[in-house]
Design a protein around this ligand. Structure first.
Ligand code: RAM
Length: 964
C-alpha cells in the first residue's frame, strides 16, 4: 500500500501568505495516497517560530480526533505582529496510516493600527496642482547598513499605485490597492523587499494615479469621486541580522513630481508622454533637487485593512490574430478574444510621435469598429514616443475591455502583429473548474463563461468591464456566484466584497444597488438578496463558517428590511425593483421583464428568509433558526395564496414566474404541474427562453430537477435566437448582456446598454457542472466533503461530458460517455470525502466497476460501501479514489407520449401532413407559432411535446382515423 501524503498546505486560502491580518488564521490541507476510501481520522497541527523549532512550538493542537482538514482555526496564544511563523500538520487516516506535512509558513502583518507611524503624503499643493490629471511620483532616499535579514513594505494609496525600490518594480500586482468602499475600508499591501535592498544608498518610489478613488465612477456619468487629492502611505521595516530594526515611512521629507503619465482614469484610459520620463527616478543618487516637497495630508487611518482579496495580476498574454483595415479606413487589430486588461507594444518612432489605441468589443455589420456601446467611456490609450530606439509601453492605471484595437499614428502602413501583446488582467484566483463535452459549441460557451468571469473579476464583481459602468452590481453577483465558485476559487474575492457590502448596508438594512456604492440607489429585490445568497454560497462551497458568522447580521438586516416594507409582513409588494431584468417578455421600451414585481420580490423574500434560517442553524442560533423558519413558511404561504391558483397553476404565465416558484420551492404540491407547464411553455416557444437576469440562472436547473432534463438540454443547445448558443453562432467569445446584443440581421440591440461582456447569463454554468456533468455536492454537508455525482445524460444530445472541480479537499472529476445504450461513468473522488454516485438507467446486474461485473448481493470492490437499485437506476456509496462504472442503460431515453410515435409515422406521409395543416392551421400560420414547421412538429413528436400540442395532435389523429 502506497504512503499517505498530506500536501497543499494553505493558510486563509493562500499558499505561504505574507500579510495575514486575522488573529486566528485558518489552515487547510489535502490528503492523498495509495488506496481508496481514505478518511482522515485525526490531525495534529503545530505552529513554530520562524526558526521552525517544533521542539518548542508556539502552539501544538495535540492529536485531535477529527475529519476536519479545511479552514481549521489556529488555537494558540496571540500571534505577534509582523512575524513569520512556520506550521505543519500530521494526519492519521482510518487505516491507521500517518503522514506529516512539509513545513509551510505564514506571516502576520501590522495587527494593530497603532503600529502605523507613517503619514499620508501627497505633493505639496503650493508646488504641484493637486487637481492635475498627471500621475504623481513620490520618492525617498535612505541608507541601509549591511546585513539585512528581512525587509517588508506595507503600503497603500488613495488612488492606485505602483511601487519601486532601487529602480525595480517591487511586485507584479496591478491596480493596488484595489477597490473597496473607501470611506470605510482601504486595503494595504505587504511586500517582501529583502532582495531589493543593498547596503548603502537606497531609494523607494511610488507612482500614484487616480484609480477608482478619483477617476470618477458610476454609471450615467455620475462621476463619483471618493476624494479630490490622491495620497500615499508607506512603511518600510528593515530587520538586520544583529536584531536591530529601522523604519522608513512616508512623511514630509519625501520628494514629489509629476511624471510621464499625464492622464489616467478607469473608464477613459491613459496618456503617457515618454518624453517626460524621469530616468532613474526611483533609484538612489537620482537628483531630486528640482522636485517639489511632499506634504502630509489628513486622511483616515482607521479604514486600513490588510489585503483580503487575491491581487490583480496579468495572468495570460495573447497575441493579436489579425491586422486589417476596415471599410471606414481604420487600422484595426483583432485579439481573437474579447479580453480585459491592456495592450503592451514595442515601437521605434521619432520623438513626439503620437500613437493612439482605441479599444472596442465588436465590429458592426459593415465591419467597422464599434464604439457606441462604450457610452461615455473613452477606453483610449495615447502614447507619445521619446524617440530613443525601441520603446515598450503598457498603461498602468487603467484597464480596458476589448477584442479590437484601432491604432492611429503607428509609423508605417502595416501594424506588425508581433509588436503587440494583450495582457489579460484580473484578480488572480486559482482556477478550479473545467467543463467539456462532445458539443464544441457548448465548450465555447464554457470558455465564454470563464472569460466573462475573468474580465469582470477585476477586484470587484462587476457587471461589465468596458463602458462607463464597471460596477459591483449586487444582482449580477448573486446570480453568478455559484457558477463563479465552480470555475475559480472565490473565497477571498467574495470575503472582501461582502465586507464592503456589510460596511455600506444602510441602517435600515437596505442594500445599495452596487458595492462599492457609487450609484445612489438601493434595495431592489434580487439585487439586495446578494447580502444573503453570497455569504451562504461561499459557506456552501468552502465550508467558510467564519464569513457566514461575520455576515450574519447583514443577512438578517436585509431580511428585516424586506419585512418592514409595505403593509403585508409576508409579502413584498412595494418599492422599486429591477425585476426579471432585460427579459425578452419586457414591454417595448422597457428593461423590466413581464413577471410581476411582487411575485419576484416575494419569491426572493422567501428564499432569503430560508437561507437566513439555515445560516442561523449552522451558527448554532437555534432561536433565530426557528424564527426565520417560521417567517419563511408564512412568506411561502402568502406567495401561494397570491400567485398560485387553487388548481395549482401559476397565476402569471411567464417562464420566470414558473422558474422562481420551482427554484425556491414555493409551489408545494403544485410543483409537478407547474414544472409541466413550464416545460410546455418552453416547447411551445420552440425551445426558446424568454427569461432575464432572474429567471435564466435557474431555468435549466428546475427543468432538470423536475424530470425535464431533455428540454433543458434542448434549450442549452438551441443555436437560434434567443438562446445561449445564439451569441456563439455570432462569434461571441464572452457572454452578452442581451440575448440580442447583435440581432440576427447584424444590427445592434441599442447603444445605450449593450455590453458584450456581462457574466449574468453565464450563470447556466452551475447547471452544466451539476446536472450535465453531474458533479455536485450533497445538500446537507458544505465544502464538497460529501459529493453527489449524478450525470443526467439527456436525450442522447451529447455523447460525452467531462468536468473537474478543485475543491478544498482536492480535485473531483467526473466523465461520462454514451454509445447507443452503453454508458460509462468515470469519477475521481478526493481523499477525506465520500460520494453518492447515481447511475441513471443502470441495473445492478450488468453493472461493472473497473471492468469487473458487480453481482447482486456480491462483495463490492474496494472503496465501494454499498450498491442499491432505485427507481432512477443504481446508487453507489463510495469513498475516495478513481472508479470506472459501465452498464447497458435501460429506459434512459423513454418516449414521453405514445401519440408521438404515431404522429411521427403519420407525418412521414404527405396526406397526413396535409391533414395536420388543415386541422392545426395555427401551428403553421400564427406569428407566435410560426416556428412550428412540419420538421419541428416531427421533432416534437420524436421528443415529447407539450400538453396543448399533444391535445391538438390527438384531435388530428382522431379525425384522420375517422376519414379512413
Ligand atoms: C445595468 C447593468 C447591470 C444590472 C443593472 C440593473 O446597469 O446591466 O448588469 O444589474 O443594470
Amino acid at each position: 500500500m502506497a504512503n499517505l501524503i498530506v500536501t497543499d498546505l494553505t493558510c486563509e486560502y493562500r499558499t505561504n501568505p505574507l500579510g495575514i491580518g486575522v488573529r486566528r488564521p485558518r489552515f487547510s490541507w489535502k490528503l492523498e495516497g495509495g488506496r481508496r476510501g481514505i478518511l482522515q481520522q485525526a490531525y495534529r497541527l503545530a505552529v513554530a517560530a520562524e526558526d521552525g523549532d517544533f521542539d518548542r512550538p508556539i502552539w501544538d493542537s495535540g492529536r485531535v480526533e477529527s475529519g476536519e482538514s479545511v479552514l481549521v482555526e489556529y488555537g494558540g496564544p496571540e500571534l505577534a505582529s509582523r512575524t513569520k511563523y512556520v506550521w505543519r500538520v500530521k494526519v492519521w487516516d482510518d487505516a491507521g496510516r500517518e503522514a506529516a506535512s512539509e513545513p509551510a509558513v505564514f506571516e502576520t502583518t501590522l495587527l494593530e493600527l497603532s503600529e502605523w507611524r507613517a503619514s499620508w503624503i501627497t505633493p505639496a499643493a503650493s508646488a504641484i496642482d493637486p487637481q492635475t490629471d498627471a500621475a504623481f511620483l513620490l520618492r525617498k532616499s535612505f541608507r541601509v547598513k549591511g546585513g539585512v535579514k528581512a525587509a517588508r513594505i506595507y503600503a497603500t494609496a488613495a488612488g492606485v499605485y505602483e511601487l519601486y525600490v532601487n529602480g525595480q518594480r517591487v511586485s507584479d500586482e496591478e491596480l493596488s490597492p484595489g477597490w473597496t468602499s473607501y470611506q470605510y475600508r482601504l486595503q494595504y499591501q505587504t511586500y517582501d523587499v529583502t532582495e531589493l535592498l543593498k547596503s548603502g544608498d537606497n531609494a523607494v518610489g511610488i507612482h500614484l494615479g487616480d484609480g477608482w478613488y478619483r477617476s470618477g465612477m458610476g454609471f450615467e456619468q455620475l462621476n463619483y469621486k471618493y476624494g479630490d487629492r490622491r495620497a500615499a502611505l508607506l512603511q518600510l521595516h528593515i530587520r538586520y541580522e544583529d536584531g536591530t530594526e529601522e523604519m522608513v515611512a512616508t512623511d514630509a521629507s519625501w520628494r514629489a513630481a509629476t511624471g510621464p503619465v499625464t492622464y489616467s482614469t478607469i473608464y477613459n484610459g491613459e496618456t503617457y508622454d515618454a518624453r517626460l520620463e524621469r530616468k532613474g527616478w526611483s533609484e538612489a543618487g537620482y537628483a531630486d533637487d528640482d522636485w517639489a516637497p511632499a506634504e502630509t495630508i489628513d486622511l483616515p487611518m482607521d479604514i486600513l485593512v490588510p489585503q483580503e482579496n487575491w491581487p490583480v495580476r496579468v495572468t495570460e498574454t495573447i497575441r493579436p490574430i489579425a491586422f486589417f483595415v476596415t471599410p471606414a479606413g481604420d487600422k484595426v487589430l483583432d485579439m481573437g478574444q474579447n479580453m480585459v486588461g491592456r495592450i503592451r507594444f514595442t515601437v521605434e518612432a521619432p520623438a513626439g510621435t503620437t500613437i493612439v489605441l482605441r479599444h472596442a468589443e465588436v465590429l458592426d455589420k459593415d465591419g467597422n469598429i464599434y464604439f457606441g456601446n462604450l457610452r461615455f467611456a473613452k477606453q483610449t490609450v495615447t502614447y507619445i514616443a521619446k524617440g530613443e530606439g525601441k520603446e515598450t509601453y503598457a498603461p498602468r492605471f487603467t484597464f480596458l475591455g476589448f477584442r479590437y484595437v484601432k491604432v492611429e499614428g503607428w509609423p508605417g502602413d502595416e501594424l506588425p502583429l508581433d509588436a503587440f501583446v494583450g495582457e489579460v488582467m484580473h484578480s488572480d484566483m486559482p482556477r478550479t473548474g473545467d467543463f467539456s463535452c462532445s458539443d464544441e459549441r457548448v465548450n465555447q460557451l464554457q470558455r465564454n463563461i470563464q472569460w466573462g468571469q475573468r474580465g469582470n473579476f477585476v477586484d470587484v464583481p462587476t457587471d461589465c468591464p468596458q463602458r462607463d459602468e464597471r460596477l459591483g452590481w449586487t444582482g449580477d453577483a448573486q446570480v453568478f456566484i455559484a457558477t463563479a465558485l465552480y470555475n475559480f476559487n472565490g473565497g477571498p474575492f467574495f470575503t472582501k466584497w461582502l465586507r464592503d457590502l456589510k460596511a455600506e448596508q444602510r441602517a435600515d438594512g437596505g442594500v445599495p444597488f452596487v458595492i462599492p456604492d457609487v450609484a445612489d440607489g438601493h434595495s431592489s429585490s434580487g439585487w439586495g438578496d446578494a447580502a444573503v445568497i453570497c455569504p451562504w454560497t461561499v459557506y456552501r462551497y468552502y465550508g467558510d463558517r467564519r464569513l457566514l458568522a461575520e455576515q450574519y447580521d447583514s443577512m438578517k438586516a436585509w431580511v428585516e428590511y424586506i419585512r418592514a416594507q409595505g403593509d403585508n409582513e409576508y409579502m413584498w409588494e412595494t418599492g422599486f425593483h429591477f425585476g426579471d431584468w432585460v427579459a425578452l417578455d419586457a414591454k417595448e421600451g422597457s428593461y423590466v421583464g413581464a413577471t410581476p414585481l411582487p411575485l419576484v420580490a416575494t419569491a426572493y423574500y422567501a428564499y432569503s428568509s430560508r437561507l437566513l434560517s439555515e445560516a442561523a442553524r449552522v451558527l448554532g442560533r437555534d432561536d433565530e433558526a426557528a424564527k426565520y423558519g417560521e417567517l419563511h413558511a408564512r412568506v411561502v404561504q402568502a406567495f401561494r395564496d397570491e400567485f398560485i391558483t387553487k388548481t395549482g397553476r401559476m397565476a402569471s404565465p411567464t417562464q420566470t414566474a414558473h422558474v422562481l416558484a420551482l427554484a425556491f420551492d414555493l409551489a408545494g404540491d403544485a410543483a409537478p404541474r407547474i414544472a409541466r407547464d413550464l416545460n410546455d411553455l418552453i416547447i411551445e416557444n420552440g425551445y426558446h427562453l424568454t427569461t432575464g437576469f432572474l429567471g435564466t440562472p435557474y431555468l435549466c436547473m428546475v427543468l432538470s430537477d423536475h424530470g425535464y432534463h431533455d428540454t433543458a438540454m434542448r434549450l442549452l443547445l438551441q443555436d437560434g435566437y434567443p438562446g445561449w448558443l445564439y451569441s456563439i453562432s455570432k462569434g461571441a467569445t464572452t457572454i452578452w448582456e442581451h440575448w440580442d446584443g447583435i440581432k440576427p440581421d447584424g444590427t445592434f440591440w441599442s447603444d445605450d446598454m449593450n455590453s458584450f461582456n456581462h457574466y449574468a447569463y453565464g450563470a447556466v454554468g452551475e447547471w452544466m457542472y451539476r446536472k450535465v456533468a453531474g458533479l455536485d455536492m450533497d445538500g446537507a454537508v458544505p465544502g464538497f466533503k460529501r459529493l453527489h455525482i449524478e450525470p443526467l445524460f439527456g436525450a442522447g444530445l451529447l455523447s460525452r461530458a467531462k468536468t473537474s472541480h478543485l475543491s478544498m479537499y482536492g480535485k473531483i472529476e467526473t466523465a461520462w460517455s454514451i454509445d447507443g445504450n452503453r454508458v460509462q461513468v468515470q469519477v475521481s473522488i478526493p481523499a477525506n470525502t465520500t460520494a453518492r454516485v447515481v447511475l441513471r438507467g443502470a441495473a445492478v446486474e450488468g453493472l461493472s466497476i473497473d471492468g469487473q461485473p458487480v453481482g447482486a448481493g456480491g462483495s463490492y470492490p474496494a472503496g465501494v460501501q454499498s450498491i442499491a437499485a432505485t427507481d432512477r437506476g443504481v446508487e453507489a456509496e463510495i469513498g475516495s479514489g478513481e472508479y470506472r462504472f459501465a452498464y447497458e442503460a435501460v429506459n434512459l431515453f423513454r418516449k414521453r407520449y405514445t401519440t408521438s410515435s404515431r404522429l411521427l409515422e403519420l407525418l412521414t406521409d404527405e396526406r397526413a401532413e396535409r391533414a395536420v395543416r388543415r386541422h392545426m392551421p395555427h401551428l403553421f400560420g400564427s406569428p407566435s407559432l410560426n416556428f412550428l414547421r412540419t420538421s419541428t412538429l416531427r421533432e416534437l413528436a420524436e421528443n415529447g411535446m407539450s400538453r396543448v400540442t399533444r391535445e391538438m395532435v390527438e384531435r388530428v389523429l382522431e379525425e384522420l382515423a375517422e376519414e379512413k
